[in-house]
Design a protein around this ligand. Structure first.
Ligand code: BG6
Length: 478
């Protein structure tokens, strides 16, 4: 039996996002949001990277976010199941377009505010801490259509109004916040991360880094506002984590791996240290990028530094400078990575690397010296329901067990950790593919890739396993 010591009060739980769980896409006055225009199937990828022809749903396409798993109507049932597993925390996101349907209104939508009041009350009833992401892969479509989304500086003020509104409303209920989910996703899936849509001839890199600056300023404003409005809260960043390994010890490979990591760390270097790092300034110079800043931005970034490092970890990455090796870039993940011959892969081609989790935790803690919060981790896999209605997901238990053990080792290494919310404790829509078949949950949801199914919830074997992990505060992983 593996034995690990986790601190008292460690926040065990799970993480979901509005756009992948709620559904109810036009209910309660909600406006259309970016993900509502992401179909499943072959057209999804093009939209995700920023090529979209129309700002309306298209007949004949299937949009999985419209109903998702109907958390909007079933949150009580789902939260009761999370409580049964003993969750101490549930990470959710607020859908911006439920609170400000167009994004640029002056007054919020009361029905949207009320919905999250109800969700938070339900969680608190069971002693589950809400951990809230302010923007998880959704921007009101009106802001995309009218202003070009995060290309525009105007978004900063709209976001500040939105963030301030929810801080004031939920200040007594929510003590853990995060600004932008996987903020570095903006470089990989610009529509998903920042609602960016490109036209022919656009200088993509310039637009992306300008949008990044806007998000970083918006994040700093939100952090400042959170500290003022809810002094006893913690607010963090959220990075799509996973260290990059050099393919060999050739110094060129080692340096390339560092540069790859810096593409991501750039964002949280700014959020955590409050200034653009030297390597970023050089990157802008070398690439002829000019980031427009307003007076006061430099000070603002310094004043709005985050309290903890939130991050997701699914697997490590690898890179090389050898053109032959680079040919083997794996298409499985949104983060292009050279195949690592030492690692197994998930059914979707994502490398599985528990040791890399310990490595990443150490790397992040060494770099920032701030508490870490693992806000996503898990295995997307196909589950089969047996004839007698059981779901025996030993492969998921195996993945999670090894990752939790690695996290325990990181604690022993001296890393400070606030909690662990595994991704998708209940099956939900995949962000990258739009599938339901790519399941992460302890709770099975009866729905397929085409949207058929009863939406019935069923406990998997991992449900009972995770319950026991939480009960023993991470000591009993077997
Ligand atoms: C992260 C996101 O990228 O990974 C989640 O924050 C996402 O929204 C998760 O669902 C897993 O990715 P996928 O593509 O398997 O859903």
């Amino acid at each position: 039996m593996m034995m690990t010591k986790f601190p008292e009060g460690f926040l065990w739980g799970g993480a979901i996002a509005a756009n992948q769980a709620e559904g109810g896409y036009l209910e309660g006055g909600k406006g259309l949001t970016t993900v509502d225009l992401m179909p499943t199937g072959k057209n999804r990828w093009n939209v995700a990277i920023g090529y979209l022809d129309t700002f309306k749903p298209v007949q004949g396409e299937y949009y999985p976010a419209h109903e998702a798993i109907d958390f909007y109507h079933r949150y009580k049932e789902d939260i009761a199941l999370f409580a049964e597993m003993g969750f101490k925390a549930l990470r959710v996101s607020i859908s911006w377009a439920r609170i400000f349907p167009n994004g640029d209104e002056e007054q919020p939508n009361e029905a949207g505010l009320k919905f999250y009041d109800d969700v938070f009350d339900e969680l608190l009833k069971y002693g589950i801490q809400p951990v809230v992401t302010i923007a998880h892969f959704d921007v009101p479509v009106h802001l995309v259509e009218t202003y070009g989304s995060w290309r525009s500086r105007k978004l900063v003020a709209f976001f500040e109004t939105y963030a301030t509104t929810i801080f004031k409303r939920y200040k007594d209920k929510v003590k853990y916040w995060m600004t932008f989910n996987e903020i570095n996703m903006l470089l990989h899936l610009p529509y998903v991360g920042a609602g960016l849509v490109f036209k022919e001839g656009d200088h993509k890199k310039q637009i992306q880094y300008q949008a990044a600056h806007h998000q970083l300023v918006a994040s700093a404003l939100a952090v400042k506002a959170c500290h003022e409005i809810i002094p006893d809260a913690m607010i963090g960043c959220m990075l799509a984590g996973g260290a990059t390994y050099p393919y060999t010890c050739n110094p060129d490979d080692v340096f390339a791996a560092m540069e790859k990591d810096r593409e991501s760390y750039f964002f949280i270097d700014v959020q955590s240290r409050g200034e653009y790092p030297g390597y970023a300034k050089r990157f802008f110079r070398d690439n002829n990028l000019t980031i427009e800043m307003e007076a006061g931005d430099v000070e603002l970034l310094k004043e709005g530094t985050i309290d903890y490092i939130g991050f997701s970890y699914y697997g490590s990455r690898a890179t090389s400078t050898d053109p032959e090796i680079l040919k083997q870039i794996s298409s499985g993940n949104v983060f292009a990575s050279v195949e690592n011959p030492y690692l197994e892969k998930s059914e979707w081609g994502w490398p599985i690397d528990a040791k890399g989790f310990r490595f990443t935790c150490n790397q992040l803690y060494d770099r920032y010296q701030k508490p870490l919060f693992v806000v996503e981790n898990g295995l997307g896999a196909v589950d089969e329901v047996t004839a007698n209605g059981e779901i025996i997901d030993d492969y998921r238990i195996d993945y999670l067990k090894k990752h939790i053990a690695a996290m325990g080792e990181a604690l022993e290494d001296g890393v400070e950790l606030l909690g662990y919310t595994s991704w998708g404790p209940i099956d939900l829509v995949s962000a990258s593919t739009g599938e339901m078949k790519k399941r992460y949950g302890y709770i099975y949801v009866d729905k397929d890739n085409e949207g058929n199914g009863t939406l019935k919830r069923m406990k998997k074997k991992s449900f009972y396993w995770y319950k026991q992990v939480i009960e023993s505060n991470g000591e009993n992983l077997d």
